[in-house]
Write a protein that binds this ligand. Structure first.
Ligand SMILES: C[S@@+](CC[C@H](N)C(=O)[O-])C[C@H]1O[C@@H](n2cnc3c(N)ncnc32)[C@H](O)[C@@H]1O
Length: 250
């Protein structure tokens, strides 16, 4: 395993150490029980390091996770259980010989799809892989919050016993495309040998309004049955950065 790979995985885990995956999985389990009880299997789009998938498996679901980053899948495979499978795939174009009761896409993965064709193609693929009245649940950046709060430059510093990370985020706002390109400059210092690795990441993120999601759903064979703030269940407002949408296959 290369040093960069080790640092990358440590950086990822460190960055999201405060994210409460168990609370998120409890929340998702409750939504699934409410809107499609007796669901048994899940397709996860953009499954990352597999934390949601492993916890969902503990709730008796079987899960297939699709993830385009081979590094993320390698991390996910280290902790996977028998009810979980991870496949390296792009969510905008995939074909697997299985159908699912529920599709999930969590932590703004759908916001990574910044053009209409990628969105339509992804929603169509999901529709194709869902069983009758299957659910598609995802969270995305919320347009009114992005426009009201306006993303600014910020710096985050994190440290554990192995690395010290400084991450500068410089957002470039494209108002005409509903996209914010977040330019991350990340400095990872190895505390054992004092060496420093610099990582530059561009994250173009699209934000959405409910009417836009309704139109996308309508065009791809879904209906929007509910939307709320992810996790808190609050009514979306200018204070709500991440909105959770629940779509049902028509
Ligand atoms: C913010 S991470 C979220 C990971 C995971 N869902 C979680 O909650 O920890 C976004 C993930 O989406 C993946 N991703 C983005 N676009 C993708 C695409 N077109 N196909 C597959 N994976 C994608 C990235 O590689 C990354 O792992």
């Amino acid at each position: 395993m290369s040093q960069n790979f080790k640092l990358y995985s440590q950086y990822y885990d460190l960055l999201y150490q405060d994210k409460d995956y168990q609370a998120e999985v409890n929340y998702l389990h409750q939504l699934i029980n409410q809107y499609r009880p007796k669901s048994t299997n899940i397709l996860e789009l953009g499954s990352g390091t597999g934390k949601h998938a492993n916890l969902l498996a503990e709730k008796s679901y079987s899960i297939v996770g699709l993830e385009r980053s081979a590094e993320m899948v390698a991390i996910a495979n280290k902790t996977k259980t028998e009810k979980v499978d991870f496949i390296i795939a792009d969510i905008t174009g995939f074909q697997i010989n299985q159908s699912f009761d529920v599709a999930l896409s969590l932590f703004h993965v759908i916001s990574y799809l910044t053009d209409n064709q990628s969105l339509i193609s992804t929603f169509e693929q999901v529709h194709h892989h869902l069983n009758e009245k299957g659910l598609f649940i995802f969270d995305v950046w919320h347009s009114s919050a992005v426009n009201f709060q306006v993303p600014e430059k910020r710096t985050k510093t994190l440290q554990n016993e192995i690395i010290h990370v400084t991450r500068h985020a410089n957002p470039i706002i494209n108002t005409e495309q509903n996209v914010v390109v977040v330019n991350y400059a990340i400095e990872v210092e190895d505390l054992k040998d004092g060496t420093t690795t610099n990582i530059d990441e561009l994250h173009p993120m699209r934000h959405f309004s409910r009417p836009e999601i309704e139109l996308l759903a309508y065009a791809t064979g879904f209906e929007v049955i509910h939307s709320e703030e992810f996790l808190s269940k609050a009514i979306p407002s200018v204070e709500t950065w991440g909105v959770c949408y629940i779509l049902r296959k028509l």
